[in-house]
Design a binder for this molecule. Structure first.
Ligand code: AQP
Length: 334
């Protein structure tokens, strides 16, 4: 039996949604909603794997919902809801904890990065986070998962878990093996301060990222201060090897203006970064500021945002319950 095409993806409500989340995930979400059934989730249970101030978490759940809508998601086309409101995510995660092997989790690089040197002090939730992510996807039998390149390893783990479940219980294709959908042009947006680190919400310096709610002036300031090098813009891609900051800014510009990197290099070759940075700021202001303004407007109507989540929860719950019921039967729970 072939599973029907269905997209699932999520974003953590941990504040400071940034250009990496937009180009790496949200933009892709919008493209997919016209191609197949889509479920988009504010993954609040993932957020609490590190401490969140309760009042801020509540606000961030609504702000992430607003960012979904402001980026172009339509609550009448896609299911939009928050993870904790469908308890099946936690139940299936527990079942999958019993499928996944400790050795598999020990290979996850994001845990090593996020837990840092003192792994003993990290929450158990942070360690088993990839199993909850597998549950999010498999609960809906999703076939496609748009993510940034940083999540590729977790997606591969979801496939391994699905495969082991199907094999252990001899239910061929019960859980589909989800396919990652990763942006080709810019799979990982890097920090404006360090071209080898990904742009991230938790980076201490706000100048390392462009937030979706940044003002025009702030965007211009951040790009002006973004790290580059003293060389002019080269003619060929190969000359960007060992120039990660330059490559990152040129990639961002190319993606925003829908040009290939070759065309961008042709446009700016031999020019100084100050000339390029002006154009990059203009492109960012054109794309990011309208999204930020829409988020701002939507945040003024929290009742509407709550209604969107409630409707999404009802629809997500129906699909989740049906799949969970079959899962319980398969594994022999009464
Ligand atoms: N820099 C990035 N480039 C491309 N895609 C990115 N994503 C995140 N950062 C980049 C993608 O955005 C989606 C939502 O991510 P998330 O917020 O759920 O988790 P994350 O990947 O942990 O995001 P951050 O910003 O790095 O948060 P912190 O700092 O809290 O860890 C995902 O599809 C992700 O790939």
């Amino acid at each position: 039996m072939k599973n029907k095409n269905l997209t699932f993806s999520g974003v953590q409500p941990t504040g400071n949604l940034h250009l990496g989340n937009y180009l790496g995930a949200l933009k892709n979400f919008v493209d997919l909603q016209n191609k197949m059934e889509c479920i988009y989730c504010v993954v609040d249970l993932h957020a609490i794997t590190v401490y969140q101030k309760p009042s801020e978490l509540k606000e961030n759940i609504l702000e992430t919902t607003a960012a979904f809508l402001a980026s172009g998601l339509d609550e009448n086309k896609s299911i939009i809801f928050n993870q904790s409101s469908v308890s099946g995510h936690a139940e299936l995660a527990w079942i999958l904890n019993c499928i996944c092997r400790v050795g598999w989790l020990n290979r996850m690089t994001q845990f090593k990065d996020k837990a840092g040197k003192d792994k003993e002090k990290a929450s158990v939730g942070l360690y088993i986070y990839p199993n909850l992510m597998a549950a999010d996807i498999l609960l809906y039998k999703a076939t496609h998962v748009p993510v940034g390149e940083d999540q590729k390893q977790h997606l591969e783990l979801s496939r391994d878990i699905a495969q082991k479940f199907n094999r252990d219980f001899q239910v061929e294709n019960f859980f589909p093996l989800p396919e990652p959908i990763i942006q080709k042009n810019i799979s990982r947006v890097m920090s404006l301060r360090d071209g080898l680190k990904k742009m991230s919400k938790s980076e201490e310096s706000d100048f390392a990222r462009i937030n979706l709610r940044d003002s025009k002036d702030l965007i211009m300031q951040k790009i002006k201060k973004a790290k580059t090098d003293s060389l002019p813009i080269p003619e060929k891609k190969k000359d960007l090897i060992n120039r990660p900051e330059a490559l990152n800014l040129l990639n961002i510009y190319s993606d925003l203006t829908k040009k290939s990197l070759d065309v961008t290099l042709n446009e700016f070759q031999g020019k100084d970064f100050s000339v390029f940075k002006k154009k990059l700021s203009e492109a960012l202001i054109e794309i990011v500021c309208p999204v930020g303004e829409k988020i701002e407007k939507l945040m003024k109507d929290k009742t509407f945002l709550q209604k969107v989540l409630q409707k999404g929860t009802e629809n997500a719950y129906k699909i989740a319950e049906e799949n969970l019921k079959k899962t319980r039967e398969i594994i022999g729970l009464l």
